[in-house]
Design a protein around this ligand. Sequence first.
Ligand SMILES: NC(=O)c1ccc[n+]([C@@H]2O[C@H](COP(=O)([O-])OP(=O)(O)OC[C@H]3O[C@@H](n4cnc5c(N)ncnc54)[C@H](OP(=O)(O)O)[C@@H]3O)[C@@H](O)[C@H]2O)c1
Length: 438
Amino acid sequence: MPNVSAISSSSDRPVRIGLLGCGTVGQAFARTIAEQGATIARASGRRLEIGPVLVRDANRRRAGVRPAQLTTDPQDVLSDPDVDVIVEVMGGLEPTATYLRQALQAGRPVVTANKQLLSRHGAELLTLAETSGTELRFEASACAAIPVIKVLRESMLAAEISALTGIVNGTTNYILTEMARRGLSYAEALTQAQDLGYAEADPTEDVGGADAAAKMAILASIAFHTNVHFDDVAYEGIDGVHAEDLELARDLGFVVKLLGVARLADGGISVRVHPALVPEHHRLAAIMGSDNAVLLESGTVRQIMLVGPGAGGTETASAVLADVLSILGTAKGSFLQNALVDAGRPLLDPDQTESAFYVRLKVADRPGVLAQIATVFAEAGLSISSVIQRGEGDAARLVLVTHVGSEARMNSAVRAMREMPDVRGEPVLLRLLAEDVG
Ligand SMILES: NC(=O)c1ccc[n+]([C@@H]2O[C@H](COP(=O)([O-])OP(=O)(O)OC[C@H]3O[C@@H](n4cnc5c(N)ncnc54)[C@H](OP(=O)(O)O)[C@@H]3O)[C@@H](O)[C@H]2O)c1
C-alpha cells in the first residue's frame, strides 16, 4: 500500500494523485499541475499526474481533467492501489471525514484544504496519520495561499509563539474596508462584496465569524502545540458593526477589523474572533480589501507578519500543491511529520480575557448622566481613558473608551447601564486591539 516511504522507492514512475472533489480549487489544482509540470519535475525530481477524480456529477466537464478520470464512486479513488497521495478539495464534514479516515488508515498521505473538517476532527485525523505512519497536510485550510502553517510548524517550531493575531477572513475585511473608505452601510458593502464575488450568496459563515473561528482553531493548535477545537473559539461577526462606529473609531485614531486573537497567558490559551479597534498606525490596520494577514509574536523572533490572498482557486491550489511537494520532500528521510503534539494546556475562561473597550450609548441629554455612567464603570472596576459626547435633539450620543479590563467587568457594567432609565437602547460594545500588540 502506498505510504510516504513507498513513494520514494518508486521514483521512476509519476506520483499519482487521487482527487476528492473537482470544483473551484480542484480544477485550479489540475490546471496548475498541467501548466507547471516541467518546473515541478525539475524542482522535485518527480512528475505529478492526476489519477481518478471523485465528483457528484461525472457528466460535467472539468478543466484540466479528462472525462474518463471522473467518477462518482469514492472507492475508485480511495481503493486504487496506484494512487500515491489523496488530495481532498470537496469540503464539508461528511462523508469527507469517513473518506479521509479510510485513506489515512491505509497509510496514504492526505492533503486537504478543508477548515471545517480540520477545526473539528484535526486532532483525531493527525493521530490517525501518525499511527498509520503517514502524513496529513492542510496548509490551504487557513489563509489559502499564505504559507502560515508551514512557517509555524517548520520555520518557527522552536520560537515559542506567545500571540497570533490575524485578519483571516477576506470577505469581512473587504466589507469593513469599503464601509470605512466609501462610507457605505454594512448592507451596501455586503451587496457589493456579493456582486464582485468576494462574498457567497449565503454569507453567514463569513460575516458571523464562524469561518474565521475555524481558521483560528487550526492556527492556534499549531502555534501553541495544543488541540484547539472549533467549539473552543468564542466568536462574534461584523453584522452588528455600524458605519457610525467606523466613523467614531476613525475620530479616535482607530480602524475597525474583524480579528482572530490567540494568546498564551498564565500558561493557558485564549482564542477569540471579534471586531476590534486597531490603532491606525498598527501594521494590521494597513491590511485592506480581501487580503488576509497573520501577525506572529514570540520572545525569540519578536514579530513576523505574513500577508496575502486568503482565498481564490489558483491561490488555494498553490498551497495544496506545496503540501504535495512537502510530502514528496519528506518521504526519504521523513524529517518532518505531523506536528500536533498535545501539551495539555488549559483553555482559559472567556470571562477572564482582557481588553480595552469602546462603548457607544444613547442617553438622555440632562446634567448628571455622564457622572452616573462614570460611577457604573467605577463600580465595575473599569477606568475610562476617553469620552466623546455629542448632542442629538433631546438625547446625547456618548462614546467611552476604557483602559484594559476583563470581559466579566465589562459585562457587569453593561448590565447596570441597561437598568438605567437615562440610557436609551442597547449599548454598542467593541473591543480595542490590546495595547501590548504591536
Ligand atoms: N474556493 C476557495 O477560495 C477556497 C479557499 C480556501 C479553502 N477552500 C476549501 O477548499 C475546499 C473546496 O472548495 P471549492 O471552492 O473548490 O468547492 P466547490 O467549488 O464547491 O467544489 C467542491 C467539489 O467537491 C465535489 N463534491 C462535494 N461533495 C461531494 C460528495 N459528497 N461526493 C462527491 N463529490 C463531492 C463537487 O462535485 P460536483 O462538482 O459534481 O458538484 C465539487 O467538484 C473546501 O473545503 C473549501 O473550504 C476553498
